[in-house]
Design a protein around this ligand. Structure first.
Ligand code: 13P
Length: 256
């Protein structure tokens, strides 16, 4: 049965107190909303284990926001995929636009991270998306296919099995300007068809979620679209009331 895939990307936010408060509130209600949702919390690296200890009996999953391409050794300040697996992470976000732009991560590096996550049987959440200028120049599809092609080139036609794609148009992240759900639907269909060309047998299993200024007011409009399989939520995922509202909306849509 289809479930919506809902991820809270907390980015560089939170502290021990706010995280405890959030998760204590989540615990009270979460079981009501898990029938039709797979829920992932992706805190900052330093709080990963703390969050895991809270959520491990809640049927929700731990996600990391980033990983290094090296697994061990003299790489000061980095986090290894072995460590993420060791402490209970199941998902790893790779290629978020904030990493692409603020930390100069290119498609080739991101592809390496994608492969590394999969090689340890964790699940990568690959973020792809276009800038405002690229959208205005009608380059969205070209940009997205470039971002997907490098993964196909490195890992072959079955590259996207056991992985998630997050379509995050960069102009909508953190701006309060969410994309038009009909537009997002058309892009998700394009992404699925593109992957399907290489790998038609597994198309049903491909999860493409949307991210960019999602909140409890617009979540329903996205999740009603047939090819929007979930949400990657930034600022609205920091407030437990808002996050729970979105989970309820998502759960109810699939109950219909
Ligand atoms: P906002 O929901 O704050 O726009 O962030 C989206 C995002 O980047 C999630 O990864």
């Amino acid at each position: 049965m289809k479930k919506n895939f809902i991820v809270a990307n907390w980015k560089l936010n939170g502290n021990i107190q706010t995280i405890s408060n959030f998760l204590n509130h989540l615990r009270l209600k979460i079981s009501l909303y898990l029938q039709n949702n797979t829920v992932v919390i992706a805190p900052s690296t330093i709080y990963l284990e703390r969050v895991y200890n809270y959520i491990k009996d809640m049927n929700i999953f731990l996600g990391a926001q980033n990983v290094d391409i090296n697994t061990q050794g003299a790489f000061t300040g980095e986090t290894s995929i072995l460590m993420l697996k060791d402490i209970g992470a199941k998902y790893v976000i790779v290629g978020h636009s904030e990493r692409r732009f603020l930390h100069n991560e290119n498609n080739e590096l991101i592809s390496k991270k994608f492969g590394l996550v999969k090689s340890l049987n964790l699940i990568p959440i690959l973020c792809i998306g276009e800038t405002e200028t690229q959208k205005k120049k009608n380059k969205t599809k070209e940009i997205l296919t470039n971002q997907l092609n490098v993964i196909f080139q490195d890992f072959g036609e079955k590259a996207f099995i056991n992985s998630i794609i997050a379509y995050e148009p960069i102009w909508s992240i953190g701006t309060g300007i969410s994309a038009d759900p009909i537009y997002v639907q058309s892009i998700h269909k394009f992404i699925k068809d593109y992957i399907n060309k290489y790998n038609s047998s597994d198309i049903e299993k491909i999860i493409v979620q949307y991210g960019g200024s999602v909140n409890s007011k617009n979540a329903k409009n996205f999740l009603e679209q047939p090819d929007i399989d979930g949400l990657l939520i930034g600022s609205a995922s920091l407030m437990y009331e808002e996050f729970l509202k979105i989970l309820k909306i998502s759960n109810d849509i699939l109950c219909k």
